[in-house]
Design a protein around this ligand. Structure first.
Ligand SMILES: Cc1cc2nc3c(=O)[nH]c(=O)nc-3n(C[C@H](O)[C@H](O)[C@H](O)COP(=O)(O)O)c2cc1C
Length: 515
């Protein structure tokens, strides 16, 4: 099929070239070519519409088909013309993209000519109709072929649509959304995401516009094939309601949760706030969840489109002892171990700062206790620890040394920051933050997360899969995390500030950069 379509990229322009060449030749002789009954070639070819300025439309047709013949031949020979283009245009000018673009204009022009014949001239020219049919077929052939190869690095459709959506989001939609309570906006997005994820057609359409995967964006870690490195961190889809749309939106993987064994209705409102000047969110959800059993029940049988993980922590409640709290975490794991949910990994969230009693397992002695118990569970999936970022390098190295001794495959740097002196927070935003409960995501977490990624890579080499999380907003910030040593990436706040197209754009741009 693919080869047949490719051959049509050459054969159809040849037909068009013959047709346009014949009319041009006859016109130059001053002859109106013979037309069949029911046609009136003279009325069309002698009309004022047969020229655009001094140029006969048939000559434009000749040029159009000749260009397509050349591009079609290059396509057949697998010669990519983008390498001759200015660097900035290379992402948009592969041979296939140019071909499709030109046939799109060709189709529009043909439609204009058919309109002229049908409405203004009220007469038909056989050769013009042959050209119109050829143009339309060319468009559909080239579009079909483009769709088949759309996951190639040069995807014009995605690049253009992502730029348009980004522009509209940042200049119109975000301005409106940022006037509304953040949790209400999140609830609406969850509803909409759930709806889009419910139908194959909407998932497919979403993926055409948003997601970008290629052979080179894919990475295998801990036996899991991630179609791209850009994941959604815990906290956005905390009850797993958007699980079927997050892949099509562009994430290569995503974490559901944090889920705790017992349900929790969340800390008192307001639980979310925005600090636009510091590009941060104030988070005080306190592990709002329907509880492990209900989330597992809802996810059972769901076919995920990309690898999915479950983030687990202890229920946001008072515990009489560490042992009781650890058993609560164990019960959370066991619900998913015994379930038929198709998840690929676990996150162990030891660092949520908005819970009762703070972060109970961020001291090495307590982490040792917890991991000794999780080891005994012999979990069936890889385990990644969600790390705090406000601890000192010494404390972080101690926690990593503990994790090193246990059945832990990866570490995520990291969670929210509670550092009220964080230099990335503007003085005005610091005042707002001090008047509110909660901790910050986004830009204030960026530098610290990068430093801890590097610390881990420098001290533990390839021991852990390192997941960079905190303050990714675009390709440059994602690249900074990879440069620091991250294997995989996660984000939330960047998507809230820059729009839902940002993951696809990062993947596309990283892919092109690495070629
Ligand atoms: C609204 C919100 C809720 C969050 N909830 C959780 C959570 O339940 N579990 C968790 O491990 N991290 C949670 N986080 C922290 C994020 O997973 C992430 O570590 C942090 O936001 C930094 O990434 P970002 O700058 O890309 O948002 C939450 C973050 C936000 C913004």
């Amino acid at each position: 099929m693919k080869l047949f379509l490719l051959l049509l990229h050459v054969a159809l322009p040849l037909i068009g070239l013959t047709d346009a060449g014949y009319i041009t030749f006859e016109e130059m002789q001053g002859i109106i070519p013979p037309c069949g009954t029911g046609f009136d070639c003279g009325a069309v070819l002698l009309s004022k519409y047969s020229h655009i300025g001094p140029i006969p439309v048939s000559i434009l047709g000749l040029l159009y088909y000749a260009t397509l013949l050349i591009l079609g031949s290059l396509l057949l020979l697998e010669i990519d013309v983008s390498k001759w283009m200015p660097k900035k245009l290379r992402a948009y000018t592969s041979t296939q993209q140019l071909y499709t673009l030109i046939t799109s204009f060709g189709l529009l022009f043909s439609m204009y000519l058919v309109f002229i014949m049908a409405v203004l001239i009220k007469g038909w020219c056989l050769y013009c109709l042959i050209s119109a049919v050829t143009s339309a077929t060319l468009f559909f052939v080239s579009w079909k072929y483009f769709r088949m190869t759309q996951n190639s690095p040069h995807s014009l459709l995605k690049a253009v649509s992502q730029k348009t959506i980004g522009f509209l989001y940042q200049n119109i939609l975000k301005r409106i959304l940022f006037l509304v309570d953040p949790e209400a906006v999140h609830n609406q997005f969850t509803f909409f995401g759930k709806l889009l994820g419910s139908f194959a057609i909407t998932r497919w359409l979403t993926s055409i516009v948003f997601s970008y995967n290629s052979a080179t964006t894919a990475v295998v870690k801990d036996g899991i094939l991630f179609p791209n490195k850009m994941g959604l961190c815990a906290g956005f889809d905390y009850n797993g309601e958007m699980a079927r749309i997050l892949g099509p939106v562009g994430f290569g993987w995503h974490t559901i949760g944090t889920v705790t064994y017992q349900p929790y209705e969340g800390n008192p409102k307001p639980r979310l706030g925005r600090l636009p000047n510091s590009k941060a969110l104030i988070v005080n959800k306190g592990l709002k969840t329907l509880g492990a059993k209900e989330v597992a029940r809802r996810l059972t049988g769901v076919q995920f489109t990309v690898p999915v993980g479950i983030s687990i922590a202890s229920t946001n409640a008072h515990f009489d002892s560490d042992q009781e709290q650890i058993m609560d975490i164990v019960k959370g794991f066991l619900v998913f171990e015994k379930s038929h949910v198709n998840h690929s990994y676990y996150e162990l969230n030891i660092s949520c700062p908005n819970t009762f009693g703070g972060e109970p397992f961020t001291s090495s002695a307590r982490l040792e206790q917890l991991l000794t118990v999780t080891d005994s569970l012999q979990l069936s999936k890889p385990l990644y620890i969600k790390m705090p970022i406000d601890q000192s390098e010494k404390e972080t190295l101690q926690l990593l040394a503990v994790a090193d001794e246990h059945n832990v495959q990866g570490v995520i740097f990291g969670n929210l920051t509670k550092d009220k002196n964080n230099p990335a927070v503007t003085p005005e935003d610091r005042k707002v933050w001090k008047s509110r409960k909660g901790n910050l995501s986004g830009r204030p977490t960026f530098a610290r997360s990068n430093a801890l990624i590097k610390l881990t890579r420098d001290n533990f080499y390839d021991r852990f899969t390192i997941i960079g999380c905190g303050g990714i907003f675009d390709t440059a910030t994602a690249q900074a995390k990879l440069d620091a040593g991250a294997d995989l990436l996660q984000m939330i706040t960047g998507m809230v500030f820059n729009g839902p197209q940002v993951m696809g754009t990062i993947n596309r741009e990283l892919d092109l950069k690495n070629k």
